[in-house]
Design a protein around this ligand. Structure first.
Ligand code: GLY
Length: 570
């Protein structure tokens, strides 16, 4: 089980590191201005090794989509927490000439899934059944998503984009302190669901700097490199997945895998004070929610009030309360449920929703009657933002759902399966396992996609690229993206400062304002508390990775210090 190799004995690892150092040096000389901004392209992701893979693809002449494909596969190796082959995600794309597109590679319910599959005979949700183990997994979409993205927009050869990840998996890479801590924390789950062993298990504890080698994953990546979709959804990898399902009592079939398709969708587009917001449509709730949030606060003088001033927070929280209430009722997979998209993002509608807000005291979520909220998504997702030298941009968020997904690594294929089935409403219209409420729009149906909050977003100003932004964070995704955008547009922060700034979050139910330490000063906390807001301190909210194009034509990165995130440019 143990796969630890000392770096000094392993030449390829040294080569990877040398490449990293050289690239950083070269990156420092080409097209860089003296404030750490770059002219020719940028990659911001959750992991330095993955960002470097993307940067090298850009330097080889690859475009933003090529780099995105390479980063997605690299994250599946170096960031197993959320990077994945066995999950899904969304990509928003804007070409240098202004063409926009959105790719939905969200997981789907297996064909044998059923509405009540996570309920006991009394009709109550069975704790953990949608979260852990084989039954929690939806049909993975990431590989099909990358193939579709590359077929439509890729420039370099597919093999060149997958090969860096084959090497990272085969030769190993040094894990960060954070990854070591997480792998140690997950050990019990890995042992429980992987009795035949996995590369993520080690006899002792993992430490920062241990080299993680994943040979089974490398074999799978080679199949994908050589055969594309057929290397994953058919053949030995699919056989391993189906055998894993049989071993663990799962229901995903060979037909589910063979039938999986990623879908191109029309991005949702809105306007905030003249900025054009291009974001993800359903199956994500994120894009619609983001536009609703921006429209709800647009009439208010946030700039005058200032960042995280009590009035600013009050207006943003009241917008969040109403938008999340809407989300609960009105959002689901558009292939199965008619989402009233135009009405939800309409400026007059959102203005009217805000008319019940009273400056003197907090609204009560129990008085906001738009609908019933589903389970909050888990927070272990990951986002990356990429721009290339021509100005093409990719905003991509991808997920296994919970940290390390279902904890099932497919034996023989070495990749983790998601636990995305928990993003469905396990029991529509009744409290679920978290005590929250779910909606019919997001009930489980075979082959339906579960609702998401992922909000990959691109912003234009005066017809030109302005910002690429997104974050992990489950139900906090929309509010983190919302705050990051306002931090730049309203509060004049540069990209890094906008990402670093402390955040707060409200999601209608529970009726609480969650705040990172230091987000609110004591005067704002006192004033909001006096008005009836329930302020609840919590840990990090989101991990935003974003890029801003400055008016001088340079790319400015914002890599979230809440994680190991890294911005690299050239
Ligand atoms: N599983 C997190 C999300 O899709 O929002």
């Amino acid at each position: 089980m143990q796969k630890t190799i000392k770096r000094k004995h392993f030449a390829p690892v040294a080569v990877i590191i040398l490449t990293a150092v050289l690239s950083a040096c070269v990156g420092g000389q080409l097209g860089k201005n003296n404030s750490g901004q770059y002219r020719n392209g940028m990659v911001v992701s959750a992991n330095a090794d993955a960002s470097l893979v993307g940067l090298n693809i850009l330097k080889k002449g690859g475009n933003a989509v090529d780099a995105a494909v390479a980063v997605q596969f690299a994250l599946a190796v170096v960031y197993p927490n959320a990077g994945n082959l066995g999950g899904g995600g969304f990509m928003v794309y804007r070409s240098a000439s202004g063409e926009i597109n959105a790719l939905d590679f969200r997981e789907k319910a297996p064909g044998l899934a059923s509405r009540d599959m996570y309920l006991d005979s009394a009709g109550n949700p069975i704790k953990e059944k949608s979260l852990d183990g084989h039954l929690a997994a939806g049909v993975p979409g990431s590989v099909a998503g990358m193939v579709a993205a590359h077929q439509k927009y890729g420039k370099l050869k597919w093999e060149e984009l997958v090969q860096p990840s084959v090497l990272l998996a085969r030769n190993g890479f040094k894990i960060t302190a954070r990854t070591a801590k997480e792998l140690n924390r997950e050990k019990e789950r890995f042992v429980k669901f992987n009795p035949l062993g996995t590369a993520l298990l080690k006899d002792g504890l993992w430490f920062e700097g241990d080299v993680l080698v994943q040979n089974e994953l490398a074999n799978t990546l080679e199949q994908i490199r050589d055969k594309g979709n057929a290397g994953f959804y058919e053949g030995p990898v699919a056989d391993s997945l189906v055998a894993e399902m049989k071993r663990g009592g799962g229901i995903m079939s060979a037909a589910d895998l063979k039938n999986y398709k990623a879908v191109w969708r029309k991005p949702v587009v809105g306007n905030y004070k003249g900025y054009k917001i291009i974001t993800m449509p359903p199956t994500s709730s994120g894009g619609i929610a983001l536009l609703q949030l921006l429209k709800s606060v647009e009439p208010f003088p946030l700039k005058r009030w200032g960042l995280n001033a009590d009035s600013t927070v009050q207006v943003m929280v009241e917008a969040e309360r109403r938008v999340y209430a809407d989300r609960a009722t009105h959002l689901g997979d558009p292939d199965f449920y008619k989402v009233p998209q135009q009405q939800l993002v309409d400026a007059a509608y959102n203005k009217s929703r805000m008319s019940s807000f009273n400056w003197a005291k907090a609204s009560l979520s129990s008085d906001i009657k738009a609908g019933l909220l589903k389970t909050p998504e888990h927070e272990e997702t990951t986002h990356f933002s990429i721009v290339d030298r021509d100005g093409n941009a990719v905003s991509l968020t991808t997920t296994l759902n919970g940290s390390y997904g279902s904890a099932v690594l497919v034996k023989g294929a070495g990749f983790l399966l998601n636990n995305e089935m928990d993003d469905f409403s396990v029991k529509p219209g009744a409290p679920n396992m978290y005590g929250l409420l779910g909606g019919e729009a997001n009930a489980i149906v075979p082959e339906k996609r579960m609702l998401s909050s992922m909000t990959p977003t691109i912003i234009e100003q005066d017809g030109k690229l302005f910002m690429v932004v997104g974050t992990p964070g489950g139900s906090t995704i929309m509010t983190s993206v919302f705050q990051t955008i306002l931090n730049v547009i309203e509060f004049d922060k540069n990209m890094q400062a906008a990402v670093t700034a402390k955040r707060f979050h409200h999601q209608w139910m529970p009726d609480a304002v969650y705040v990172e330490e230091g987000a609110l000063d004591s005067a704002a906390t006192l004033e909001l508390t006096r008005k009836g807001y329930h302020i609840v301190p919590r840990g990090a909210i989101g991990r935003v990775d974003a890029i801003l194009k400055t008016k001088w034509g340079y790319y400015q990165g914002g890599a979230d210090p809440r994680g190991d995130d890294k911005a690299l440019g050239w």
